[in-house]
Design a protein around this ligand. Structure first.
Ligand SMILES: *Cc1c(COP(=O)(O)O)cnc(C)c1O
Length: 467
């Protein structure tokens, strides 16, 4: 058969549309989507014919059935949401590319109620009048942090922007050169400062900043002293930075507010659970910071949000800033955050129920158990591959604790007759989208970030990847 004959065998769109299966498909999916998908499949086939070499011509055929089945599959794929579930086998707990923190299963009913029913979002039920959306979070955050007042915005970048725009617009903000962080996605502290209208005054050297550097930079123009937690990098060796307590003393002396961007911000002292100390919000407030900002979806384990806590006089001013309206949080965030924070009233409950905390604090025994269970399930498949449980290293992620290496357990798979990168690709592109790493020619699944109810799915996808 030559190419002209093959082209002639391609069905028309109408021909495919007439098939019973395709007619049925249109009860479930929009007609325009079915049409697009049929065109896509026929086009693909046409392109295949165009690129056919003389030698391959004989083995090639055009079958109506194949095109119909392809179209049905295509419709299903085209209709699925672009944002979809994946399995995180990387061991990076707060994986920014994979959605950062996960919400607790225990809050799902309340979240769905807030999403699908009317609520008192901005309504004061007691007095039957207009209320404030921010009121729902005030009480609990004040209780957990000891702060005078609270404001929650879209994310921590927005929080920093709002704080500086309110407190240091057209004034100078003094920051140590060693703390001019770039967070992922090219968010840079200096750029946010510029946007806010504050003038950045960099002080100190990259590795060392002393209290006197701050003091010498203070002038008539100074609006705030600012400290930024270098969440995603560390300067090691010959270093010096100024602690928040000293900065607060200096602020008092010159009557200047001190703001601290904590980045991750935790409510629990995670050093109790074998991680390095990460400054808690409570500590910063206790040490006298006037304003503290942090993310909702880093180590706090809640929804994306930027939380601002501190002195009432400043927070009241922020609430009146027009930017607040542009940066405001929606009701789903408020609900998810309030419900997550409520878990913190009992620390054990927080560790147990908030996935980010639970995954970061697994004991060795829990990890071994997870690894053994998954290993046994995979072993029963008798794959043509070598399979083992090995020591691995998980990461906190989300630009938090960059030097922290948390020992973990991984399942390592090396196929006998398949390139390991092909295995990785097959599993990534499978319906379950398993995301994992290749290390030392092994496909490596870190059990820390894999849910136990995902084990059987992994087994199923492995089985078809090897077939
Ligand atoms: C992560 C981070 C931010 C940005 O927080 P988002 O919630 O991602 O907007 C700002 N400052 C520091 C120090 C951070 O670590």
């Amino acid at each position: 058969m030559n190419k002209r004959e093959l082209f002639a065998m391609l069905p028309s769109v109408d021909e495919v549309l007439g098939d019973k299966r395709i007619i049925e498909l249109q009860h479930e999916y929009p007609r325009s989507l079915v049409l697009d998908s049929i065109r896509e499949i026929i086009d693909l086939k046409r392109k295949n014919i165009v690129s056919l070499k003389e030698d391959d011509m004989s083995g090639f055929s055009v079958k109506l059935d194949e095109i119909i089945e392809g179209a049905i599959e295509r419709v299903r794929i085209n209709y699925s949401l672009s944002l979809k579930k994946v399995i995180n086998g990387t061991g990076i707990v707060i994986h920014t590319n994979l959605g950062r923190s996960l919400l607790s299963e225990s809050i799902k009913d309340e979240l769905w109620d807030a999403a699908s029913r009317y609520s008192n979002l901005e309504y004061d039920i007691e007095n039957g009048e207009r209320g404030s959306r921010y009121s729902h979070l005030t009480k609990i955050i004040k209780k957990l942090t000891g702060a005078e007042d609270v404001l929650v915005v879209n994310n921590n970048a927005a929080a920093v922007l709002l704080v500086l725009s309110t407190m240091a617009k057209d004034k100078e903000a003094i920051v140590s050169r060693g703390e001019l962080v770039e967070v992922g996605g090219s968010f840079r502290i200096p750029s946010i400062m510029a946007l806010s209208g504050a003038n950045l005054v960099e002080i100190g050297a990259t590795n060392k900043t002393h209290l006197k550097d701050y003091e010498e930079a203070i002038s008539e123009e100074t609006g705030v002293l600012m400290k930024v937690h270098t969440s995603n990098y560390r300067i090691l060796g010959f270093t010096k930075s100024v602690e928040i307590e000293e900065l607060v003393q200096l602020g008092k002396k010159y009557n200047l507010p001190v703001i601290e961007d904590l980045g991750s911000g935790v409510f629990v002292d995670v050093s109790k659970y074998g991680l390095s100390y990460e400054p808690t919000v409570l500590d910063s407030i206790k040490q006298g910071a006037d304003i503290v900002t942090f993310s909702g979806d880093k180590m706090l384990g809640g929804p994306q949000a930027g939380i601002i806590v501190g002195k009432k006089e400043y927070i009241q001013k922020m609430k009146k800033n027009q930017l607040t309206r542009a940066l405001r949080v929606d009701k789903l965030t408020i609900c998810a955050l309030e419900a997550t924070l409520r878990l913190y009233l009992d620390e054990n409950k927080a560790i147990e129920n908030i996935p980010t905390l639970r995954m970061l604090t697994y004991t060795e025994e829990q990890l071994n158990q997870k690894a053994n269970t998954l290993y046994e399930k995979i072993r029963e498949l008798n794959l043509e591959a070598s399979l083992s449980i090995e020591d691995g290293i998980s990461q906190v992620g989300g630009g938090s604790m960059p030097l922290e290496t948390i020992s973990s357990k991984v399942i390592a798979i090396t196929p006998d007759n398949m390139n390991v990168s092909l295995l990785e690709k097959k599993l990534r592109l499978s319906d379950s989208h398993i995301i994992a790493r290749i290390y030392d020619n092994k496909y490596v699944l870190d059990v820390r970030t894999i849910f136990e109810d995902e084990f059987d799915i992994i087994v199923k996808e492995l089985k078809s990847a090897f077939n």
